[in-house]
Design a protein around this ligand. Sequence first.
Ligand code: SF4
Ligand code: SF4
Length: 158
Amino acid sequence: MNPVEEAAQMSDLDKCVQCGKCTAGCPAGRQSRLRIRALIQMAYEGRDVTDLKELWDCTTCYNCAERCPKGVNTVDAVILLRNLAVRRGNFPRLHVNAIENLYRTGNGFPLSLEVAKIRSVIGLDKPHDVSTDAEELSKLQKLIDILKFREMVQGASK
Ligand code: SF4
Ligand code: SF4
């Protein structure tokens, strides 16, 4: 069994009946090349999908998994396949910036001045998360350092 087949088995992709409800409810699929039903079918057949760009279009919103009538772990499959992709050196350079932002600010996509202004106009404060808590940010940075996460994605990016 190859690693893609192993990921497929761990995610119960054999339960899929190809009904398409996952793709129909996928918000990322409306804006990108991602067709989750087709992706998991290819993985189930053991085809190497770890170099497909659409693997990184999923936002892991779990809409597909919640809609699936067969309980297929579509999102687990995406995550396992991404892990495999990184180990094979297939990490989109575009996402390296998000990792660097995460390390520097505690948020992969820091609040822009424009969004902060809109939030203020509609009466919303700055969100309270790791990015606004120096102690928590320090813990996050330590964890990223221990895991050598930045080095790993830098080495795998292309
Ligand atoms: S909703 Fe579930 S059963 Fe239907 S195609 Fe998607 S993964 Fe397969
Ligand atoms: S988890 Fe990914 S594949 Fe599933 S609906 Fe959300 S964006 Fe689409």
